[in-house]
Design a protein. Sequence first.
Length: 264
Amino acid sequence: MLRLTPVVKNLLIINVVFFILQQFLSGVHFTEMVSLWKFGSVNFAPYQFFTYMFAHGGFGHILFNMLGLVFLGPLLEQFWGPKRFLIFYLITGIGAGVLYNGIEYVKVSKVKNAVENYVVNPDPEAFNRLIVENIESANPEIYDFIELYAENPDSKQLEETSKSYARKLYNEKHNYGSMLGASGAIYGILMAFGLLFPNTELMLLFPPIPVKAKYLVLVLGGIALYSGLNRSAGDVTAHFAHLGGMVFAFIMIQIWKNDRNKFY
């Protein structure tokens, strides 16, 4: 029978309470307030680095994250003790958010520079390149406009319209899109488990086969890195947050290994 340790139990309760509040407080935009928005966004607030890891995007999202927490978390809490486990969970979760937001900030900065350069030197070819390189999926009307602008390169009206599209592109990249979920911390737990108990076999849900923890960590880490670098249109998963949780987990494990006498 599965036994929940104190910290894991309380984390589970907090996540469930947050999820319930998301359903009942949608009218006051509770989810938007606790989600992690990009640096510089009008919606960004520092406290979101903490709150985002307790909110989720749907039942399936919270279900799989909490399964990871309740199956692997108690073993680590028993191994480390409640204080160290809680510190580990929070730091990997916050660290995942910091890494994800840092990468998004770099991406948005590149878009900002590209838009500023285009506004100074607009032409149909440059506009086409700006859209192709910075929009993962666009409304078909933008491609109709690209074709129209290419056919009328000297039109000042189309030139001004293209500048408006460019500025809108930056505003969307800058102000829209948030992250939420415990996945960063859960991937951190998985990394810790793989480092501390590498040969322990874990039973996958899909497909239901046993896999050693060390191999599962390598596979999931590789998937997170590949998916983050090769993000497809419509993919809303924060892959770099998953990777960030694993990176911070690895760093913390190494620090604690070199300082065995310090509990937390």
